[in-house]
Design a protein around this ligand. Structure first.
Ligand code: FE2
Length: 296
């Protein structure tokens, strides 16, 4: 079986409820490389304690590799980053058809930090594209960039995020993981960020994967906590992208809650129902636009 159709990201939260969600509702499991990677100062790449879980997941569905803390777009030498030293081998071990990572600014000393966006500037397109092309060469797999949720733009940003992404994939000949909830969340929080303009600016023909999730409004900020149903505007965006992204292979649901942010509320008893409901809705939307055969 190939990675294709609607899938579920496996993390600490969804792993705990995986037996309560019908495995027939999803076609693949997305696995976070960092959750199975061995420390950088040991002689093996996959933590032996993580192998049994990987094997159980692989027995049910094809696996898809996703990286959060690869640090490939910071300033450390590329060959010293976790992206090269751990994620390449892990992605191939999973037989993943591609590797996706966030467009985060990261380096060794900031590896614990989450969601530090790149500077959206023309100079950074050149620098990041060089590293992205080099990583894709080393990967021997398509490299997908995931657009980030962020709390503030990186100082010195002079162009819009969508323009940055379009320039990056054109220069590096890489691909995209379009996180629709990250895009929607940024449009809620930043008055000058238009999620429809974003979708019409990025090259949709480079989108291979989509992420869906829900979030939470706390006072004057909407947080990408992955702790609620996928909101209606994100379903509208998915419908548009399903119609226009010719290379699209996979739609992945992310649910994490407290495993994603300590400020998120606890896992609720109805979350297996929430996950099942959103997986069903994504499948129905896929089938209504691409036909049921398109997800097989
Ligand atoms: Fe995502």
């Amino acid at each position: 079986m190939a990675v294709h159709g609607v899938g579920l990201q496996i993390n600490a939260t969804t792993l705990a409820m995986v037996d309560d969600v019908d495995p027939g509702l999803y076609n693949f499991s997305e696995v976070l490389c960092d959750s199975v990677a061995a420390p950088l100062d040991c002689g093996y790449v996959i933590d032996p304690a993580a192998r049994p879980v990987m094997e159980q997941l692989a027995a049910r569905h094809p696996l898809l590799a996703h990286g959060n803390h690869g640090n490939e777009f910071g300033y450390d030498p590329l060959d010293e980053t976790p992206g090269v030293r751990r994620h390449i081998a892990i992605a191939h071990e999973m037989k993943s058809p591609w590797y996706a990572d966030h467009m985060f600014f990261g380096f060794r000393e900031s590896a614990f930090m989450w969601s530090s966006p790149l500077q959206f500037s023309r100079l950074e397109i050149e620098r990041v594209a060089g590293r992205a092309a080099a990583l894709q060469d080393r990967m021997k797999l398509p490299l997908l960039h995931e657009n980030a949720f962020y709390y503030a733009r990186f100082p010195g940003s002079e162009i819009e995020e969508a323009e940055f992404i379009a320039g990056l994939v054109e220069r590096a000949q890489t691909y995209l993981l379009l996180d629709l909830h990250n895009c929607y969340s940024n449009s809620v929080n930043f008055p000058d960020y238009d999620h429809w303009k974003f979708l019409k600016t990025i090259p949709l023909d480079r989108v291979i994967e989509i992420h869906l999730a829900g979030g939470e409004q706390i006072e004057d900020w909407y947080h990408d906590f992955h702790n609620h149903y996928v909101p209606e505007p994100v379903w509208e965006m998915l419908e548009y992208v399903l119609k226009h992204a010719s290379r699209l292979e996979a739609v992945t649901l992310e649910v994490q809650g407290p495993a994603h942010s300590a400020k998120s509320h606890a896992v609720m008893p109805d979350w297996p129902f929430m996950v099942s409901n959103d997986l069903k809705r994504a499948r129905q939307l896929w089938d209504s636009i691409r036909g049921p055969g398109g997800r097989a």
